[in-house]
Every structure is written in C-alpha cells, then in structure tokens.
Write a protein that binds this ligand. Structure first.
Ligand SMILES: [Fe+2]
Length: 191
C-alpha cells in the first residue's frame, strides 16, 4: 500500500508555494490512481483540489491571462506515465463551452471567478445521439470542487456568468497533449 500524502497538512509558507504544492498534489493523484478503484478516484481528487485552489500564486502569468475571446487551456502538469493531466482553463466573462462529454474522467475546481455548470442527459442511448436535455445546474464559486463520473454519462456545459475572467483547475484522466480536446461528442439542446 502506498502512502497518500496529506497535502492539507502543509501549512505556512510551504502551503502557498506552487513549487511544493503542485508536485505534492500530483503525487497524491498518482497514489490515488494506484490504490483506489478508478470509479472512486475523481471524487477523491476533488477533495484534494482545495489545496491548489487556495494558493494565490498557483499559476504563472501566462497560464492565467486570456489571449482571446474564447476559453483557453494551459498545461500545469502532465503525468509522465500518461495517467492524468492538470490543466488551468481561463474563461473570459460570459463565455460558454459547448455542451460536451469527455473521453476520460475529470475533477475540477474554481480558482478565481465563478462558473455555472449545467449537467445534461442524452436524449437516447444510441451511439449517434447528439441531442441532450438539461438535468441540473450548479453555480461554482472560487474554492468549489466537483467531478464527472467514470464509465457513466458525463455531458455538461460550463459558463462564466460573471463580468470578469474565471479560472478553473481540471484534472483529467490521460495525457491531454495526446488526447487533444478530450471531447467525445458535442451536443445540441433537446427542443
Ligand atoms: Fe468538460
């Protein structure tokens, strides 16, 4: 059994040092993946995300500045074994993602600003179905965390409803540089 680092136990200057926090968090993610059934991992990772979200200097200036009008992903860490990726996503004010699902599991939390997340359900279970209806919607503020399930429907849309940019921190299964957008399908709203 591997030891899981309690990164919540790091206090003081070390707790706000991204050079310490990010490797410790990523080691914890690796340990969770090595020791838990995969279905349990996204929720457990979400519980550890606040340690990153409370770090005011977590990202470099390049990782947090929007360069255009659409949302933009920045690599924070790629697991060398392709097990997971940590990304920062910058959301200009008012921006929506498409309604989409993912090829892998995902945990995420809000670093700054606010994110409205709407969960959808596909109209039917056929492989070519690209129509979905809203099931629920959650307003995430800075410090909020959540996750998408493994091997189950994970259709959602993210939206920055605020007037300033928002930043979310995502942990995805796999190597995002190899997976690309990590989107299985784009959906339209069921009418
Ligand atoms: Fe997503």
């Amino acid at each position: 059994m591997h030891e899981v680092i309690d990164i919540n136990g790091h206090k003081g200057a070390v707790a706000n040092d991204p050079a310490t926090l990010i490797p410790a968090f990523c080691k914890t993610v690796s340990e969770l993946l090595a020791t838990l059934p995969l279905e349990e991992v996204p929720a457990q990772i979400a519980e550890h995300l606040p340690s990153l979200l409370s770090c005011s200097d977590l990202l470099t200036p390049e990782q947090q500045s929007p360069s255009g009008e659409d949302y933009e992903k920045h690599e924070v860490f790629l697991c060398p074994h392709d097990d997971f990726s940590v990304l920062a996503v910058v959301w200009p004010a008012g921006i929506h993602s498409p309604i989409h699902d993912h090829q892998t599991w995902c945990s995420f939390g809000v670093l700054t600003g606010e994110i409205q997340e709407t969960i959808y359900s596909a109209t039917d279970a056929t492989p070519d179905c690209c129509e979905a209806g809203a099931v629920s919607s959650t307003h995430h503020i800075a410090g909020s965390v959540t996750h998408l399930p493994v091997n189950a429907s994970n259709i959602h849309c993210m939206h920055n409803p605020g007037t300033t940019p928002a930043i979310s921190i995502h942990v995805y299964g796999g190597n995002s540089a190899k997976l690309g957008a990590n989107v299985d399908k784009i959906y339209t709203v069921r009418t």
